[in-house]
Design a protein around this ligand. Structure first.
Ligand code: ARG
Length: 459
């Protein structure tokens, strides 16, 4: 087998340290990108006459065969190879002989791993963006079906004011849109090519960094060779954006968990995405949103781990960077799975209980603000109206009745300006419809927003 280290080394590695040092068990994930990067590098070396085009062709063919072996499952790599970069190089030399030894000219594993990681992440960002969009569309479908469904709106988890369910769901579409903007923003900085920075200082081999960058579809090259090999900001930024996606999914999960409880009963879990209890036969558990809420913790943990990993590192490359991969890979996998699970949940795992929702919104004091607003229109200063309604709510609570149950006589005793129309004003549908300020929950405004989102997401 090809030796990894120079002849300076006389003794082999301690067997435990060999395993401790190796990353092959997880960085094999980068094999596609490693080969893609190596083919681009070999082509460039031929273009700049560092190797012959015949040599480059042999290298390219060998690398492509390795890719086939990998996908067929016959590519065998182990801790003796240390990492994916060595594994591919060793296999190449094994296949095509001495010409394979020319591939590593003018580069180092330091710029190679940074290149692989950027190529890998760029693809994943595109996939995640698609996944987020897909979920936005599912939310939009639900929102369109529920424009006229009214749900209690909360602040401090206390009933506040009724809102259109569509309005509530569109709030998540907005959050997810910011998530997509962040992903796109990070993508711009991921899409810069470090290849050719070599170990840290560049190389005297006459390479063409713009050529490899172009072949690999990078927007630009990293300008400073030291920064090129020591920059993991893009990993941190990505995991930070991923953390916000998870935070959003987790908040939605929390709502679904509450809503599906008997106490709320706003949502029914279908059999498709709920599980039972091994002991209590009556139970149906919201495992999917619970898992999503739970998994947010591991992504936040990765963010913390990455920041801690880089904070004390001197320039340039340090082996600590090897620790970036599992954090990044697990983040991508977790976010991808959670988006998928949440999409399935909204497609077939939940049903809004419209009856319980309408029962909920007529049996509370969430129309109290509307009484105050009613008095304001009749000329009562808001703060005074607010105090009056407070006293009225207190009276109702003592009598164990709702505002709608008050007789007109009682209303007029409370304030002479109140007339019969108060009863229609207090109906939940009128309460919602009357919130006509821009961005509010008035049905007409929400409907406009739904149209805007439908065309935005059609692009
Ligand atoms: N496996 C290494 C990593 O993931 C590749 C780069 C190793 N470079 C080095 N000089 N030891 O970071």
């Amino acid at each position: 087998m090809t030796k990894a280290w120079s002849d300076r080394f006389e003794k082999g590695l301690n067997p435990f340290i060999k395993v401790f040092n190796a990353s092959i068990n997880f960085d094999i994930e980068l094999l596609n990108e490693d080969i893609e990067g190596s083919i681009a590098h070999a082509k460039m070396l031929a273009e700049t006459k560092v190797i012959t085009s015949k040599e480059a062709k042999l290298i390219e063919e060998g690398l492509k065969e390795i890719l086939i072996e990998y996908h067929r499952g016959s590519f065998k790599a182990g801790v003796d190879d240390e990492d994916v970069h060595f594994a591919v190089e060793h296999r190449l030399i094994n296949k095509i002989g001495d010409i394979g030894k020319k591939l590593h000219t003018g580069r180092s594993r330091n710029d190679q791993v940074a290149t692989d990681l950027r190529l890998w992440l760029r693809k994943k960002i595109d996939r995640l963006d698609d996944q987020v969009k897909k979920f936005q569309l599912i939310l939009l479908n639900q929102a369109e079906e529920n424009l006229n469904t009214i749900i209690p709106g909360y602040t401090h988890l206390q009933r506040a004011q009724p809102v259109s369910l569509a309005h509530h769901l569109v709030a998540y579409i907005e959050m997810l849109e910011r998530d997509r903007e962040r992903l796109l923003d990070v993508r711009g900085r991921v899409n810069t090519c470090p290849l050719g920075a070599a170990a840290l200082a560049g190389t005297k081999v006459p390479i063409d960094r713009y050529l490899t960058a172009k072949t690999l579809g990078f927007e630009n090259i990293c300008n400073n060779s030291i920064d090129a090999v020591s920059d993991r900001d893009f990993v941190v930024e990505f995991v930070s954006s991923a953390s916000l996606i998870m935070a959003h999914l987790s908040r939605l999960s929390e709502e679904l968990i509450l809503w599906s409880s008997e106490e709320f009963s706003f949502v029914k879990l279908t059999d498709r995405c709920a599980t039972g209890s091994s002991l209590m036969p009556q139970k149906k558990n919201p495992d999917v949103p619970e898992l999503i809420r739970g998994k947010s913790g591991r992504v936040f943990g990765h963010l913390q781990a990455l920041l801690t990993m880089i904070k004390g590192l001197p320039l340039a490359y340090n082996k600590d960077f090897q620790e970036d991969k599992e954090a990044l890979f697990d983040t991508v996998l977790t976010v991808d799975n959670c988006l998928n699970a949440m999409t399935i949940l909204f497609e077939e795992g939940i049903e809004f209980s419209r009856d319980s929702l309408s029962a909920a919104v007529i049996s509370d004091f969430s129309n109290a603000t509307d009484v105050a607003d009613y008095l304001v229109i009749k000329g009562v200063p808001f703060r005074e109206a607010y105090q009056l309604v407070g006293a009225l709510v207190k009276y109702c609570l003592e009598q164990n009745i709702l505002l709608k149950d008050l007789t007109l006589e009682k209303w007029q005793e409370f304030h002479p300006s109140v007339s019969q129309d108060i009863y229609t004003k207090l109906l939940p549908e009128n309460v919602v419809a009357s919130r006509t300020s821009q961005g509010g929950t008035g049905f007409r405004l929400v409907k406009e927003q739904l149209v805007v989102w439908r065309s935005k997401l059609a692009k």
